[in-house]
Design a protein around this ligand. Structure first.
Ligand code: ARG
Length: 465
């Protein structure tokens, strides 16, 4: 017999002759992780107690005593003086028990007109709401770092890739702004999710609402919610807010992973597009020349963890009949880990982006290789000679083959070599074969021309100011 076998739980011992098996306690208890919700739990209980007092469900003096007791518990936890008890299962019972120890009789009235089902739904929403705010903040910092990079090199030429093969020259500023766009969509997803989750489940009680004359609008307002939730069954069984947070986090982590991969490639000796700062690289214990992009590699990997949490919670929620089931206790660790991972990732990426140095000369030299202005040549044939684009594409292809055979780039071909592919080609064509002119010509809205890039930079500067 374990000690827990001997004693019935004080919270519901009324109809239990014995306590739970020790292994039951181990699988059932969530206090090991949900103690992270202590501040939210205390805020929720304070709002609830104040409302019970204001509506006359308990006396104002009991309500005041509970409010005070909760503040004492808060300072005990903050000071590391609170003894979390596994036999009390979770943060809700731990705090309620301690309040009652401190203030006596009035503490036993705190759980009037509520259940742990609406309590945990409320606490967890408050926690996830804070994480949305943190993500929005972290994303804004990262967007600002990318924007600074864009501003610095708005007209620096670099190769643009498709299939990781040289495609057309683009500008550094344009490439940096591509990430600002992605991250701004991430940010709007957190803003949007936050709005939708900002309804208060407190007062749904176990599942059906309550017969006490509670004021749900009062508790909702006290906790900064826009309104109370409108259906008590949905209130206690809904974890969409956590799933939305995880989904938005997954998309965001996927974006970070894509840039991380570019950092790994770009910082290699073969590319040398950028230099990562010493602060974000490590050496090798055996190869003295190494500067490994460990932080970028880890950021490339972190999506695995966040997406794993997302899949895990979807799997927990799938097929759960209404309303609350204990399965849902498995929501928290996933969300905690994903949120911690995301915030760390955003901070690390912000640091790396702020500290990295682009090698302008290498970028520009690389932009001129790989026949990157072949499309410009074809476009010139269309514009200057009136060739149909398909025919221009064919003529250009022949010239690329010729240059490749000669081991040179397109601007290195002589005029007679050029006219061998089409007699109409003139000296004028050379003006479009240079990478500078190539990027300058891409003036379409959202294109890579430095003018266009600067216009977008100005727009983002105003947005982020
Ligand atoms: N620890 C529980 C959870 O995280 C709190 C709700 C428990 N409710 C219940 N009826 N057992 O889900």
């Amino acid at each position: 017999m374990t000690s827990s076998d001997t004693q019935a739980n004080t919270m519901w011992g009324g109809r239990f002759a014995s306590g739970p098996d020790a292994i039951m306690t181990a699988i059932n208890a969530s206090i090991g992780f949900d103690q992270r919700l202590y501040a939210q739990d205390i805020a929720g209980s304070r709002a609830h107690a104040a409302m019970l007092g204001a509506t006359g469900i308990i006396t104002p003096s009991d309500a005041a005593a509970i409010g005070e007791g909760l503040l004492t518990v808060l300072s005990e936890i903050k000071a590391g003086k609170f003894a979390f008890r596994t036999d009390l299962e979770d943060i809700h019972l731990n705090i309620e028990t301690r309040v009652t120890q401190i203030i006596g009789e009035p503490g036993k009235r705190l759980h009037t007109a509520r259940s742990r089902n609406d309590q945990v739904a409320t606490d967890f929403r408050l926690w996830v709401r804070d994480q949305c705010d943190a993500a929005i903040q972290g994303l804004t910092v990262l967007m600002t770092a990318f924007l600074k990079q864009a501003d610095q090199g708005a007209d620096w030429v670099m190769p643009g890739f498709t299939h990781l093969q040289t495609a057309q020259p683009v500008t550094w500023g344009h490439h940096m702004l591509a990430y600002v766009e992605m991250l701004s969509r991430d940010r709007s997803r957190f803003v949007d999710a936050r709005k939708r989750m900002n309804e208060c489940p407190l007062g749904a009680a176990a599942l059906a609402g309550t017969s006490y004359p509670i004021d749900r609008h009062m508790t909702a307002a006290a906790l900064g919610f826009d309104r109370p939730t409108a259906n008590s069954l949905d209130s206690v069984s809904d974890r969409d807010f956590a799933l939305e947070f995880l989904s938005a986090s997954s998309i965001c982590a996927m974006h970070l992973s894509r840039f991380a991969e570019e950092l790994v490639i770009w910082s290699s000796a073969q590319f040398r597009f950028i230099r990562l700062s010493d602060k974000w690289t490590t050496g090798s214990s055996i190869m003295p020349q190494k500067r490994n992009p460990d932080a970028a590699e880890l950021l490339r990997a972190k999506l695995g963890r966040i997406l794993g949490a997302t899949v895990a919670l979807f799997t927990v929620m799938k097929g759960l009949a209404l309303t609350y089931s204990k399965d849902m206790q498995e929501d928290k660790e996933q969300v905690f880990d994903a949120a911690d991972t995301l915030m760390l990732s955003l901070a690390a990426m912000s640091g790396m982006v702020a500290d990295m140095t682009a090698n302008r000369d290498v970028l520009e030299a690389s932009a001129a290789t790989g026949f990157s202005t072949a499309t410009d040549l074809a476009d010139w044939l269309v514009r200057a000679l009136g060739l149909p684009f398909r025919e221009a594409h064919h003529v250009t292809g022949a010239l690329v083959a010729l240059a490749e055979a000669k081991g040179c780039d397109l601007p290195d071909l002589s005029l007679s070599e050029l006219t061998s592919a089409h007699p109409g080609i003139t000296q004028e064509v050379y003006s479009v074969l240079g990478v500078q002119n190539s990027v300058r010509s891409r003036q379409s809205y959202g294109g890579t021309a430095p003018d266009q890039v600067r216009a977008q930079i100005a727009r983002w500067q105003a947005d982020l100011a």
